[in-house]
Design a protein around this ligand. Structure first.
Ligand code: FES
Length: 119
């Protein structure tokens, strides 16, 4: 599937689905994507992409709209912070936000589809 409305561009290659173009999420920024009923928070740190479950475990804030400082995202609602490379909360190591596997290919970011739940 490919839509050209500028908001959703998806096509599936094997079990990976394109969720964004790399230009949609420049270095040092984040992007909230609704994909297959899930909220995905996509981050670009110096050209390396990471993705977390986009719903903050505190009270459901949008982690894809948080501020990014290096590898740390701060939830825009109450400031909980997570390392986007591990999902670990920066105050309580017992809280880990699930991660999605993503990869970059030919100028696009793909999310692995065979993740029933993020890891
Ligand atoms: S909802 Fe994210 S810190 Fe409260």
């Amino acid at each position: 599937m490919c839509e050209s409305n500028g908001l959703i561009r998806e096509f599936t290659v094997s079990n990976w689905t394109q969720i964004a173009l790399i230009g949609d999420c420049p270095p040092g920024t984040s992007l909230e994507i609704i994909h297959a009923g899930r909220v995905v928070a996509l981050y670009n740190v110096d050209g390396q992409f990471y993705a977390l479950d986009g719903i903050c475990p505190h009270q459901g804030g949008p982690l894809g709209k948080g501020s990014l400082s290096g590898c740390i995202v701060s939830c825009p609602w109450h400031g909980w912070q997570f390392d986007i490379t591990t999902g670990l909360n920066q105050i309580n190591a017992h809280i880990r936000q699930p991660l999605f596997d993503v990869r970059v290919e030919q100028g696009a970011v793909f999310l692995r589809e065979d993740q029933d739940t993020p890891t």
